[in-house]
Write a protein that binds this ligand. Sequence first.
Ligand SMILES: Nc1nc2c(ncn2[C@@H]2O[C@H](COP(=O)(O)OP(=O)(O)O)[C@@H](O)[C@H]2O)c(=O)[nH]1
Ligand SMILES: [Mg+2]
Length: 444
Amino acid sequence: MESVEVIAAIATAPGRAGIGVVRISGPKLQQLASQLTGKTPPPPRLAHFTRFIDKQGAVIDEGLLIYFSAPASFTGEDVLELQAHGGDAVLQLLLGRCLELGARIAHPGEFTQRAFFNHKLDLVQAEAVADLIMAESAAAVRGAVRSLTGVFSRKVKALVGQLIELRLHVEGSIDFTEEGDAFLAKVKPQDSIAEMLATLEPLIASAVQGTLMRTGRQVVLIGAPNVGKSSLLNALAEEDRALVTEIPGTTRDAILTTVHIQGIPFHIVDTAGIRDTGDVVEQAGIMRTWAAIEHADLALIVTDVTLGLTAGDRTLMTRLPASLPYQIVYNKIDLVADKSSPGAQDGIGVSAKTGAGLDALKDLLLKRAGWQSQTEPAFLARERHLAALHEARQHLAEALLQRESVELLAEELRLAQNALASITGEFSSDDLLGQIFSRFCIGK
Ligand SMILES: Nc1nc2c(ncn2[C@@H]2O[C@H](COP(=O)(O)OP(=O)(O)O)[C@@H](O)[C@H]2O)c(=O)[nH]1
Ligand SMILES: [Mg+2]
């Protein structure tokens, strides 16, 4: 067997804090613990107050040492957690001492990778660790925790189990052609396939919501200068992100702000108003506006309700990429008496100044993003999961059509199983694993 290296990393964020943690994982860490503390190693799972000493026996710091004995640890190996004071220099000294004692610095995500290889977590759960750390809203935290605790994995594994069961029968019927047909007639593969497809649908719906919660949508605010784009951004963000003045051409740079609506991140870009101008800085800003439009999922065309949709707005609409959906927003409705008039059919009326209509605008953004609040709570999912679920659905649908050839039926079922198993990592190639774990932060 190849020997497993001892890895170590500072597990807490850089900067100053009450405590900071150095984490070590690998085989037989008791000896390292003794060398680090100058004492006999403590029993597992007990917080142990100790001094951490350097090569000459001088004290580096004092703090808590916790020893987790394999396999009862996060990684499934021996793990040491050193809780020292939270300063960069002291933690570096402590880490340096661990390296002297034979550890090497862990790669990003390597602790979680080891947990995966030691069957402590499946792939969905490992990804959820990273997602939980990156989560920016309470809803995203809940979604990541649902994945981490195995809610998503269990559903996928149940389907894989059903598929294996069915494949046993189907493949069996190929091998024993004589009794095969009778065998199949009893199992009724079409029925179980239809049942699996029915289970897959809500799973896909949840995953769609989960990916939305993770990645969100990019929304660009465009329109003529002075219609209130920056004011609208500030109103949505509930803080003054962009400069607002009565001078047309105030916004020069594209400003990105993330606003969470029901936990979904909307990355809203405020842009320089589009107009012909001799000002080179403003021109550069307008170029950036077009660049932001390229990356957007939705454009909000902001207009001043007192002016209505102008010729300039109409030209702008024709110049947008055909694939980009847009929505007209009439701003400054506080200035008109009849609030329903201009935007009634083709747009939505808001006032960035008073906040009127903002809730309706938020609802509209959610709807345009495909958010459905009535579905069961989402687990935080990735595009990778969604693609695999779609692939499985496709193969099951194909399998449903294979009434003539048992071989083709068997093949579709096999492909459906592979797709599902790739979600939890049972069939993942090393490339995929490398990609997933390299995105982690060090110490995780
Ligand atoms: N009455 C009223 N004025 C607004 C509203 N929104 C923006 N303004 C004013 O319109 C002017 C231009 O706003 P700004 O946000 O800089 O527009 P932008 O150039 O499109 O970004 C400023 O004087 C704002 O105070 C609104 O809803 N009602
Ligand atoms: Mg502006």
